[in-house]
Design a protein around this ligand. Structure first.
Ligand code: 6CS
Length: 319
């Protein structure tokens, strides 16, 4: 039996590391009854298309990042809100790998779409790469910022003053090169492996948020697995939480060093607390848009947003 697992990222990426380890563990524990076939980004389609291929059963597993997923599971758009997650890495790790907002409130939202949410994990802090120095929402005026395709991201960047341009991952390098966009935002490892730094002039740390992803399975497939295999899949995804967290930490450092080596003169700008505060304040408007998009006041999205905010506070208190 072959289980097909599609990635939104290329070989060597964080998602690839996760899937490779998943493959190893699954094949080991099923004594060769199951083979996991991994499809790196580009082989099958855009992120949104991969999620559809899992939902319709063509694929058994895929990464589905909230940045592209929120059209299908709108409540997941909460992870696209700027400055929503904690500044503490360990807090985000716990929130994503075992938090009740994710697994009790958000996971059921996948089921109607014939998807099963297996795991979430962080991939690294998002950094802007731009063709100009951006230090305030005013600097974003007329600035074409590429975003992932979830509508709440478009709204978030509008709120922060930019002119958002959603497009699939595979088109970003070309769009930067042809100057169809002025910048894009992604974790450092991705900026390195997709070579976005080659066609950008600045890297800017706005302290905005961690890139998050989810791993989904086809729900019927998952529920139809023999009990023993279903448990094994759950155990493997639980075990991978620590592994992938280490990978993402290591990649953030190593890949930044690589960029510095390849382009030593590229300005790397850390926005000050004051500068960040302006973006944070501007981005708050996107929270209302998120609520509107997910059932309005008292609706599902508002509950998720409140629960997530509460949970982060609690976890920050403990850490
Ligand atoms: O920017 C994007 O579209 C993509 N970025 C990463 C780091 N992973 C997958 C996602 O599709």
């Amino acid at each position: 039996e072959t289980w097909k697992f599609a990635l939104e990222e290329i070989e060597g990426s964080v998602q690839d590391q996760y899937a490779q380890r998943f493959k190893e563990l699954v094949e080991e524990r099923t004594n060769g009854d199951v083979t996991v076939q991994i499809y790196p980004y580009g082989a099958l389609g855009t992120s949104a298309q991969l999620t559809e291929l899992v939902a319709n059963g063509t694929l058994q597993f895929a990464n589905a990042s909230p940045g592209h997923l929120a059209t299908m599971v709108p409540a997941m758009g909460v992870f696209n809100l700027p400055y929503i997650l904690s500044a503490k890495d360990e807090v985000n790790k716990e929130l994503l790998t075992e938090g009740s907002t994710v697994y009790d409130m958000l996971a059921p939202e996948f089921e109607d779409k014939n998807l099963k949410l297996l795991a979430m994990y962080p991939e690294g802090e998002m950094v802007w790469t731009t063709n100009k120095e951006v230090r305030s929402p005013e600097d974003f005026d007329g600035f074409k910022m590429r975003t992932m395709t979830s509508p709440i991201l478009t709204e978030s960047y509008k709120a922060m003053g930019a002119d958002p341009t959603p497009m699939p991952y595979g088109e970003v390098y070309g769009a930067l090169q042809l100057k169809q966009i002025d910048g894009q935002v992604n974790p450092v490892f991705a900026i390195e492996e997709m070579k976005f730094y080659e066609v950008s002039d600045y890297m800017i740390w706005a302290g905005q948020q961690e890139f998050t992803t989810s791993v989904v399975a086809n729900r019927e497939f998952y529920e139809g697995l023999p009990e023993e295999q279903r448990k094994m899949v759950d155990e493997v995804t639980t075990e991978l939480a620590d592994f992938i967290f280490e990978v993402k930490r290591q990649y953030a450092q190593e890949r930044l060093d690589k960029i510095k080596q390849a382009k030593p003169d590229m300005p790397m700008i850390q926005l000050t607390e004051e500068e960040r505060a302006k973006f944070k304040e501007a981005a708050m408007g996107a929270r209302d848009v998120y609520i509107d998009m997910t059932g309005g006041e008292g609706g599902e999205g508002e509950k998720v947003l409140n629960a997530l905010t509460e949970e982060i506070k609690e976890l920050e208190g403990e850490s």
